[in-house]
Ligand binder design. Structure first.
Ligand code: SF4
Ligand code: SF4
Length: 450
Protein backbone atom coordinates (compact mmCIF):
# COMPACT_ATOMS: atom_id res chain seq x y z
CA UNK A 1 0.00 0.00 0.00
CA UNK A 2 2.71 2.45 1.01
CA UNK A 3 4.63 1.98 -2.24
CA UNK A 4 1.41 2.50 -4.14
CA UNK A 5 0.97 5.91 -2.50
CA UNK A 6 4.55 6.90 -3.34
CA UNK A 7 3.95 5.81 -6.95
CA UNK A 8 0.73 7.82 -7.18
CA UNK A 9 2.48 10.88 -5.74
CA UNK A 10 5.24 10.43 -8.31
CA UNK A 11 2.95 9.99 -11.27
CA UNK A 12 0.90 13.03 -10.18
CA UNK A 13 3.98 15.27 -10.11
CA UNK A 14 3.64 16.38 -6.48
CA UNK A 15 6.52 18.53 -5.22
CA UNK A 16 7.01 20.65 -2.09
CA UNK A 17 4.57 23.51 -2.58
CA UNK A 18 6.09 25.56 0.22
CA UNK A 19 8.93 26.79 -1.95
CA UNK A 20 11.53 24.02 -1.99
CA UNK A 21 9.93 22.03 -4.79
CA UNK A 22 11.51 18.79 -3.59
CA UNK A 23 9.76 15.82 -5.23
CA UNK A 24 7.38 14.45 -2.60
CA UNK A 25 7.56 10.82 -3.74
CA UNK A 26 11.13 10.65 -2.46
CA UNK A 27 9.97 11.70 1.00
CA UNK A 28 7.10 9.22 0.76
CA UNK A 29 9.57 6.40 0.11
CA UNK A 30 11.42 7.00 3.39
CA UNK A 31 10.61 5.43 6.75
CA UNK A 32 10.21 7.88 9.63
CA UNK A 33 8.60 8.20 13.02
CA UNK A 34 6.93 11.55 12.54
CA UNK A 35 5.30 13.57 9.75
CA UNK A 36 5.27 17.28 10.52
CA UNK A 37 2.79 19.49 8.72
CA UNK A 38 4.22 22.92 8.05
CA UNK A 39 1.39 25.41 8.35
CA UNK A 40 3.53 28.14 9.87
CA UNK A 41 3.51 30.41 6.83
CA UNK A 42 6.01 32.81 8.33
CA UNK A 43 6.64 35.10 5.33
CA UNK A 44 4.75 38.34 6.03
CA UNK A 45 1.75 39.43 3.86
CA UNK A 46 1.12 36.01 2.27
CA UNK A 47 -1.72 34.08 3.89
CA UNK A 48 -2.58 31.40 1.40
CA UNK A 49 -1.64 28.47 3.66
CA UNK A 50 -3.86 29.68 6.46
CA UNK A 51 -6.72 30.17 3.97
CA UNK A 52 -6.19 26.64 2.68
CA UNK A 53 -6.10 25.26 6.23
CA UNK A 54 -9.33 27.09 7.04
CA UNK A 55 -11.16 25.89 3.92
CA UNK A 56 -9.60 22.53 3.03
CA UNK A 57 -8.79 20.88 6.36
CA UNK A 58 -10.24 17.48 5.38
CA UNK A 59 -7.99 17.08 2.33
CA UNK A 60 -4.89 18.21 4.25
CA UNK A 61 -5.58 15.70 7.02
CA UNK A 62 -6.20 13.01 4.39
CA UNK A 63 -2.83 13.85 2.78
CA UNK A 64 -1.17 13.71 6.19
CA UNK A 65 -2.60 10.26 6.89
CA UNK A 66 -1.53 9.01 3.45
CA UNK A 67 2.02 10.29 3.97
CA UNK A 68 2.11 8.73 7.45
CA UNK A 69 0.92 5.49 5.93
CA UNK A 70 3.59 5.64 3.22
CA UNK A 71 6.41 6.40 5.67
CA UNK A 72 5.25 4.18 8.52
CA UNK A 73 5.07 7.25 10.79
CA UNK A 74 3.29 6.85 14.11
CA UNK A 75 3.12 10.57 14.88
CA UNK A 76 1.50 13.33 12.83
CA UNK A 77 1.84 16.90 14.07
CA UNK A 78 0.24 19.95 12.47
CA UNK A 79 2.13 23.20 13.12
CA UNK A 80 -0.10 26.30 12.98
CA UNK A 81 0.50 29.76 14.36
CA UNK A 82 -1.57 30.40 17.46
CA UNK A 83 -2.65 33.77 16.04
CA UNK A 84 -4.52 31.92 13.26
CA UNK A 85 -7.12 30.88 15.79
CA UNK A 86 -9.81 29.86 13.28
CA UNK A 87 -7.47 27.39 11.55
CA UNK A 88 -6.28 26.09 14.94
CA UNK A 89 -9.88 25.49 16.00
CA UNK A 90 -10.78 23.71 12.74
CA UNK A 91 -7.80 21.37 13.00
CA UNK A 92 -8.32 20.75 16.71
CA UNK A 93 -11.90 19.70 15.98
CA UNK A 94 -10.87 17.56 12.99
CA UNK A 95 -8.13 15.79 14.96
CA UNK A 96 -10.03 15.41 18.25
CA UNK A 97 -9.89 11.84 19.53
CA UNK A 98 -7.24 10.82 17.00
CA UNK A 99 -3.54 10.19 17.44
CA UNK A 100 -2.74 13.34 15.44
CA UNK A 101 -1.74 16.56 17.19
CA UNK A 102 -1.85 20.32 16.68
CA UNK A 103 1.26 22.27 17.64
CA UNK A 104 0.58 25.97 18.20
CA UNK A 105 3.43 28.19 17.08
CA UNK A 106 4.37 31.72 18.11
CA UNK A 107 4.18 34.56 15.60
CA UNK A 108 7.89 34.73 14.82
CA UNK A 109 10.06 34.63 11.75
CA UNK A 110 11.11 32.02 10.61
CA UNK A 111 8.72 29.72 12.50
CA UNK A 112 8.36 27.62 9.35
CA UNK A 113 12.05 26.83 8.93
CA UNK A 114 12.17 23.04 9.06
CA UNK A 115 15.05 22.97 11.53
CA UNK A 116 12.98 25.19 13.86
CA UNK A 117 9.83 23.18 13.37
CA UNK A 118 11.52 19.83 14.00
CA UNK A 119 13.15 21.19 17.15
CA UNK A 120 9.91 22.68 18.45
CA UNK A 121 7.83 19.59 17.68
CA UNK A 122 10.24 16.89 18.80
CA UNK A 123 13.03 18.57 20.77
CA UNK A 124 15.49 17.08 18.27
CA UNK A 125 18.19 19.02 16.47
CA UNK A 126 18.94 17.97 12.92
CA UNK A 127 22.67 17.15 12.58
CA UNK A 128 24.65 20.02 10.98
CA UNK A 129 23.96 20.05 7.24
CA UNK A 130 21.40 17.27 7.59
CA UNK A 131 17.72 16.92 6.76
CA UNK A 132 14.67 16.11 8.94
CA UNK A 133 14.93 12.45 7.89
CA UNK A 134 18.16 12.24 9.93
CA UNK A 135 16.08 12.61 13.09
CA UNK A 136 13.14 10.47 11.95
CA UNK A 137 10.97 13.25 10.53
CA UNK A 138 9.44 14.34 7.25
CA UNK A 139 8.23 17.94 6.99
CA UNK A 140 5.51 18.74 4.48
CA UNK A 141 3.72 21.96 3.59
CA UNK A 142 -0.09 22.03 3.87
CA UNK A 143 -0.66 22.51 0.14
CA UNK A 144 1.69 19.62 -0.63
CA UNK A 145 -0.50 17.40 1.54
CA UNK A 146 -3.60 18.66 -0.22
CA UNK A 147 -1.92 17.57 -3.47
CA UNK A 148 -1.03 14.18 -1.95
CA UNK A 149 -4.70 13.67 -1.15
CA UNK A 150 -5.61 14.45 -4.76
CA UNK A 151 -2.80 12.28 -6.09
CA UNK A 152 -4.27 9.30 -4.24
CA UNK A 153 -7.38 9.84 -6.39
CA UNK A 154 -5.15 10.00 -9.48
CA UNK A 155 -5.49 13.79 -9.91
CA UNK A 156 -2.18 15.36 -10.92
CA UNK A 157 -0.94 18.79 -9.85
CA UNK A 158 -2.48 21.23 -12.33
CA UNK A 159 -3.27 24.26 -10.17
CA UNK A 160 -1.51 26.36 -7.57
CA UNK A 161 -2.99 28.15 -4.60
CA UNK A 162 -1.64 31.71 -4.35
CA UNK A 163 -2.13 35.00 -2.52
CA UNK A 164 -1.89 38.38 -4.21
CA UNK A 165 -1.24 41.21 -1.76
CA UNK A 166 0.18 44.72 -1.52
CA UNK A 167 -0.77 47.44 -3.99
CA UNK A 168 -3.83 45.72 -5.47
CA UNK A 169 -7.47 46.71 -5.14
CA UNK A 170 -8.60 43.30 -3.85
CA UNK A 171 -5.94 41.31 -1.97
CA UNK A 172 -7.08 37.67 -2.08
CA UNK A 173 -6.11 34.00 -2.27
CA UNK A 174 -7.24 31.72 -5.07
CA UNK A 175 -6.52 28.67 -7.21
CA UNK A 176 -4.87 29.37 -10.52
CA UNK A 177 -3.77 27.05 -13.35
CA UNK A 178 -0.01 26.47 -13.37
CA UNK A 179 1.56 28.50 -16.18
CA UNK A 180 -0.78 31.50 -15.75
CA UNK A 181 0.92 34.90 -16.13
CA UNK A 182 1.38 37.32 -13.24
CA UNK A 183 -0.57 39.78 -15.40
CA UNK A 184 -3.68 37.56 -15.09
CA UNK A 185 -3.16 37.16 -11.34
CA UNK A 186 -3.03 40.89 -10.79
CA UNK A 187 -6.09 41.44 -12.96
CA UNK A 188 -8.06 38.96 -10.81
CA UNK A 189 -6.96 40.90 -7.71
CA UNK A 190 -8.64 43.99 -9.15
CA UNK A 191 -5.54 45.52 -10.72
CA UNK A 192 -2.86 47.62 -9.08
CA UNK A 193 -3.57 50.83 -7.21
CA UNK A 194 -0.64 52.64 -8.81
CA UNK A 195 1.28 52.41 -12.06
CA UNK A 196 4.85 52.19 -10.84
CA UNK A 197 5.14 48.85 -9.12
CA UNK A 198 7.24 45.72 -8.85
CA UNK A 199 6.34 42.25 -7.66
CA UNK A 200 8.01 40.24 -4.92
CA UNK A 201 7.52 36.57 -5.74
CA UNK A 202 6.42 34.15 -3.01
CA UNK A 203 7.70 36.22 -0.10
CA UNK A 204 9.22 39.41 1.18
CA UNK A 205 12.25 37.83 2.82
CA UNK A 206 13.10 34.83 0.71
CA UNK A 207 11.38 35.69 -2.56
CA UNK A 208 12.74 37.16 -5.76
CA UNK A 209 11.76 40.44 -7.38
CA UNK A 210 10.52 41.18 -10.89
CA UNK A 211 8.56 43.70 -12.91
CA UNK A 212 7.90 41.24 -15.75
CA UNK A 213 4.15 40.61 -15.90
CA UNK A 214 4.65 37.79 -18.42
CA UNK A 215 6.39 35.57 -15.86
CA UNK A 216 4.26 32.61 -14.86
CA UNK A 217 3.06 30.64 -11.87
CA UNK A 218 4.92 27.44 -10.99
CA UNK A 219 4.27 24.60 -8.54
CA UNK A 220 6.20 26.47 -5.84
CA UNK A 221 4.86 30.01 -6.31
CA UNK A 222 3.14 31.25 -3.12
CA UNK A 223 1.90 34.41 -4.78
CA UNK A 224 2.75 38.03 -5.46
CA UNK A 225 3.36 41.01 -3.23
CA UNK A 226 2.97 44.18 -5.25
CA UNK A 227 5.02 47.12 -3.94
CA UNK A 228 5.78 50.63 -5.19
CA UNK A 229 8.92 50.73 -7.36
CA UNK A 230 10.52 53.19 -4.96
CA UNK A 231 9.84 51.12 -1.83
CA UNK A 232 12.68 50.61 0.66
CA UNK A 233 12.62 46.83 0.07
CA UNK A 234 12.90 47.27 -3.68
CA UNK A 235 16.02 49.39 -3.35
CA UNK A 236 17.45 46.79 -0.95
CA UNK A 237 16.70 43.88 -3.28
CA UNK A 238 17.83 45.55 -6.47
CA UNK A 239 21.44 46.16 -5.43
CA UNK A 240 24.04 44.55 -7.65
CA UNK A 241 26.42 42.02 -6.12
CA UNK A 242 29.28 44.38 -6.83
CA UNK A 243 27.54 47.20 -4.88
CA UNK A 244 26.66 44.88 -1.99
CA UNK A 245 30.23 43.72 -1.70
CA UNK A 246 31.71 47.19 -1.98
CA UNK A 247 29.45 48.63 0.71
CA UNK A 248 29.89 45.55 2.88
CA UNK A 249 33.66 45.71 2.70
CA UNK A 250 33.82 49.32 3.81
CA UNK A 251 30.85 49.69 6.17
CA UNK A 252 30.69 46.46 8.21
CA UNK A 253 31.85 47.37 11.70
CA UNK A 254 31.71 43.75 12.91
CA UNK A 255 28.98 44.54 15.42
CA UNK A 256 27.87 40.86 15.21
CA UNK A 257 24.13 41.70 15.24
CA UNK A 258 23.66 39.55 12.11
CA UNK A 259 25.03 36.52 13.94
CA UNK A 260 23.27 37.25 17.23
CA UNK A 261 19.88 37.22 15.49
CA UNK A 262 20.57 34.35 13.09
CA UNK A 263 17.97 31.65 13.83
CA UNK A 264 20.30 28.83 12.83
CA UNK A 265 23.10 30.23 15.02
CA UNK A 266 20.61 30.42 17.90
CA UNK A 267 19.72 26.76 17.34
CA UNK A 268 23.37 25.89 17.85
CA UNK A 269 24.82 25.68 14.35
CA UNK A 270 28.17 27.18 13.48
CA UNK A 271 26.88 29.85 11.15
CA UNK A 272 28.40 33.30 11.75
CA UNK A 273 27.54 35.81 9.05
CA UNK A 274 29.65 38.58 10.62
CA UNK A 275 32.70 36.41 10.02
CA UNK A 276 31.58 35.73 6.46
CA UNK A 277 31.49 39.51 5.94
CA UNK A 278 35.24 39.52 6.59
CA UNK A 279 35.71 37.41 3.46
CA UNK A 280 34.72 40.44 1.37
CA UNK A 281 37.99 42.16 2.22
CA UNK A 282 40.21 39.26 1.20
CA UNK A 283 41.69 37.77 -1.90
CA UNK A 284 40.50 34.24 -2.70
CA UNK A 285 43.01 32.53 -0.46
CA UNK A 286 42.18 34.68 2.57
CA UNK A 287 38.44 34.43 1.96
CA UNK A 288 38.46 30.64 2.19
CA UNK A 289 38.86 30.70 5.94
CA UNK A 290 35.89 33.03 6.50
CA UNK A 291 33.63 31.47 3.86
CA UNK A 292 33.19 28.32 5.89
CA UNK A 293 31.07 30.16 8.46
CA UNK A 294 28.33 30.40 5.81
CA UNK A 295 27.92 26.62 5.43
CA UNK A 296 24.77 26.29 7.53
CA UNK A 297 22.96 29.41 6.28
CA UNK A 298 19.37 28.70 5.16
CA UNK A 299 19.00 32.07 3.36
CA UNK A 300 16.16 33.18 5.64
CA UNK A 301 17.18 36.81 5.08
CA UNK A 302 16.81 37.93 8.69
CA UNK A 303 20.40 39.19 8.93
CA UNK A 304 20.17 41.35 5.80
CA UNK A 305 16.61 42.59 6.15
CA UNK A 306 16.21 42.85 9.92
CA UNK A 307 19.33 42.54 12.03
CA UNK A 308 22.01 44.59 10.31
CA UNK A 309 21.89 48.20 11.60
CA UNK A 310 23.94 49.34 8.61
CA UNK A 311 21.60 47.86 5.98
CA UNK A 312 24.35 45.59 4.67
CA UNK A 313 23.96 42.21 2.97
CA UNK A 314 25.26 39.36 5.16
CA UNK A 315 22.78 36.84 3.69
CA UNK A 316 24.04 37.56 0.19
CA UNK A 317 27.64 37.32 1.44
CA UNK A 318 26.79 33.88 2.84
CA UNK A 319 25.23 32.80 -0.46
CA UNK A 320 28.32 33.92 -2.38
CA UNK A 321 30.57 32.17 0.14
CA UNK A 322 28.62 28.92 -0.26
CA UNK A 323 28.84 29.16 -4.05
CA UNK A 324 32.58 29.77 -3.87
CA UNK A 325 33.03 26.81 -1.57
CA UNK A 326 31.06 24.57 -3.92
CA UNK A 327 33.02 25.79 -6.95
CA UNK A 328 36.38 25.27 -5.25
CA UNK A 329 35.44 21.91 -3.73
CA UNK A 330 35.74 23.19 -0.16
CA UNK A 331 33.46 22.01 2.60
CA UNK A 332 33.12 22.42 6.33
CA UNK A 333 31.64 20.11 8.92
CA UNK A 334 30.75 21.33 12.37
CA UNK A 335 32.16 18.85 14.85
CA UNK A 336 30.53 20.18 17.98
CA UNK A 337 27.06 18.79 18.67
CA UNK A 338 24.57 21.64 18.23
CA UNK A 339 23.10 23.02 21.41
CA UNK A 340 20.32 25.58 21.56
CA UNK A 341 21.65 29.02 22.58
CA UNK A 342 20.53 30.22 26.01
CA UNK A 343 19.24 33.48 24.45
CA UNK A 344 17.21 31.81 21.72
CA UNK A 345 13.79 32.57 23.20
CA UNK A 346 14.69 36.21 23.83
CA UNK A 347 16.01 36.94 20.36
CA UNK A 348 13.05 35.71 18.36
CA UNK A 349 11.86 38.22 15.79
CA UNK A 350 8.11 38.91 16.04
CA UNK A 351 6.34 39.33 12.70
CA UNK A 352 5.05 42.74 13.83
CA UNK A 353 8.59 44.01 14.39
CA UNK A 354 9.57 42.65 10.99
CA UNK A 355 6.65 44.40 9.30
CA UNK A 356 7.70 47.73 10.82
CA UNK A 357 11.37 47.27 10.00
CA UNK A 358 10.55 46.40 6.38
CA UNK A 359 8.06 49.28 6.10
CA UNK A 360 5.25 47.01 4.95
CA UNK A 361 2.92 47.13 7.98
CA UNK A 362 0.26 48.98 5.99
CA UNK A 363 0.04 46.12 3.48
CA UNK A 364 -0.69 43.53 6.17
CA UNK A 365 -4.35 42.77 5.40
CA UNK A 366 -6.37 39.54 5.02
CA UNK A 367 -6.22 37.76 1.64
CA UNK A 368 -9.50 35.81 1.72
CA UNK A 369 -10.08 32.62 -0.32
CA UNK A 370 -12.06 33.44 -3.45
CA UNK A 371 -13.20 31.05 -6.19
CA UNK A 372 -13.74 31.78 -9.86
CA UNK A 373 -10.40 32.63 -11.41
CA UNK A 374 -11.25 33.11 -15.11
CA UNK A 375 -9.86 30.69 -17.68
CA UNK A 376 -6.66 32.22 -19.11
CA UNK A 377 -6.25 32.40 -22.89
CA UNK A 378 -2.83 30.85 -22.74
CA UNK A 379 -0.56 29.14 -20.22
CA UNK A 380 3.22 28.74 -20.33
CA UNK A 381 4.23 25.71 -18.33
CA UNK A 382 7.88 25.72 -17.22
CA UNK A 383 9.96 22.57 -17.33
CA UNK A 384 11.92 23.50 -14.20
CA UNK A 385 9.41 23.86 -11.38
CA UNK A 386 11.04 21.56 -8.86
CA UNK A 387 14.34 20.56 -7.29
CA UNK A 388 16.44 18.42 -9.61
CA UNK A 389 16.68 18.43 -13.38
CA UNK A 390 14.19 20.07 -15.77
CA UNK A 391 11.51 17.77 -17.16
CA UNK A 392 11.75 16.70 -20.81
CA UNK A 393 8.79 17.71 -23.02
CA UNK A 394 6.84 14.77 -24.40
CA UNK A 395 4.39 16.66 -26.65
CA UNK A 396 4.79 18.47 -29.98
CA UNK A 397 3.51 21.73 -31.39
CA UNK A 398 -0.04 21.32 -32.69
CA UNK A 399 -0.96 18.50 -30.32
CA UNK A 400 -4.37 18.69 -28.66
CA UNK A 401 -4.10 18.09 -24.92
CA UNK A 402 -6.72 17.51 -22.26
CA UNK A 403 -6.29 18.90 -18.77
CA UNK A 404 -4.29 16.46 -16.60
CA UNK A 405 -2.53 14.94 -19.65
CA UNK A 406 1.16 14.28 -19.14
CA UNK A 407 3.26 17.02 -20.77
CA UNK A 408 6.78 16.26 -19.60
CA UNK A 409 8.72 13.98 -17.30
CA UNK A 410 12.19 13.61 -15.79
CA UNK A 411 14.81 11.93 -17.92
CA UNK A 412 15.47 8.35 -16.82
CA UNK A 413 15.92 8.08 -13.08
CA UNK A 414 17.11 11.65 -12.53
CA UNK A 415 15.64 13.69 -9.67
CA UNK A 416 12.64 15.66 -10.87
CA UNK A 417 8.89 15.60 -11.29
CA UNK A 418 6.27 14.99 -13.96
CA UNK A 419 4.42 17.95 -15.39
CA UNK A 420 0.80 17.85 -16.56
CA UNK A 421 -1.45 20.01 -18.70
CA UNK A 422 -3.24 22.45 -16.38
CA UNK A 423 -6.00 23.07 -18.95
CA UNK A 424 -7.23 21.61 -22.24
CA UNK A 425 -6.10 23.19 -25.48
CA UNK A 426 -3.58 23.13 -28.29
CA UNK A 427 0.20 23.10 -27.82
CA UNK A 428 1.56 26.24 -29.49
CA UNK A 429 5.23 26.16 -28.53
CA UNK A 430 7.67 23.64 -27.13
CA UNK A 431 11.21 24.42 -26.00
CA UNK A 432 13.50 22.78 -23.47
CA UNK A 433 12.35 25.46 -20.98
CA UNK A 434 8.59 25.56 -21.46
CA UNK A 435 5.45 24.34 -23.20
CA UNK A 436 2.79 26.88 -24.23
CA UNK A 437 -0.85 25.88 -24.56
CA UNK A 438 -3.54 27.98 -26.23
CA UNK A 439 -6.48 27.16 -23.99
CA UNK A 440 -9.68 25.75 -25.45
CA UNK A 441 -12.15 28.20 -23.93
CA UNK A 442 -15.15 25.97 -24.70
CA UNK A 443 -13.71 22.87 -23.04
CA UNK A 444 -12.69 24.92 -20.03
CA UNK A 445 -15.67 27.27 -19.79
CA UNK A 446 -16.50 28.33 -16.28
CA UNK A 447 -13.02 27.65 -14.93
CA UNK A 448 -12.01 24.61 -13.00
CA UNK A 449 -12.57 24.87 -9.27
CA UNK A 450 -10.18 22.64 -7.43
S1 SF4 B 1 20.21 34.39 6.01
FE1 SF4 B 1 21.36 35.29 7.71
S2 SF4 B 1 20.07 35.02 9.49
FE2 SF4 B 1 19.33 33.60 7.92
S3 SF4 B 1 20.39 31.68 8.27
FE3 SF4 B 1 21.62 32.84 6.80
S4 SF4 B 1 23.11 33.92 8.03
FE4 SF4 B 1 21.48 33.26 9.43
S1 SF4 C 1 25.13 43.26 11.47
FE1 SF4 C 1 25.91 44.35 9.65
S2 SF4 C 1 27.48 45.69 10.41
FE2 SF4 C 1 27.09 44.21 12.02
S3 SF4 C 1 28.57 42.55 11.64
FE3 SF4 C 1 26.73 42.01 10.57
S4 SF4 C 1 26.97 42.78 8.50
FE4 SF4 C 1 28.50 43.82 9.79
Amino acid sequence: MSMQIAEKIKSSGVVGAGGGGFPTHIKAQSQVECVLVNGAECEPLIHKDVELMTHRCAEIVDGLRLLMDATGATRGIVGIKKKNSRAVQIFREALAGSELEVLELGDFYPAGDEYELVQLATGRLIPPGGIPLDVGCVVSNVETLFNVSRAAKSSPVTHKFVSVAGLVHEPKSFWVPIGTSYRDLIAFAGGTTQNNFVMLISGVLMGGITSDLDEVVTKTCAGLIVLPSDHYLVSRKNRSTEQMNRIGKSACDQCTACTEFCPRYLLGYDIQPHKVMRSLGFTTSGADYWNKFATYCCSCGLCTLYACPEDLFPREACEQAKNTMRATGNSYLQEKTPQVHSMKNYRRVPTKALLRRLRIAKYEVPTPFVDGFPVPKEVRVLMQQHAGKPAIPGVSVGAAVQNCDLLAEPEGSSLGARIHAPLSGKVSEVTKDHICIIVDAVAESGGKPV
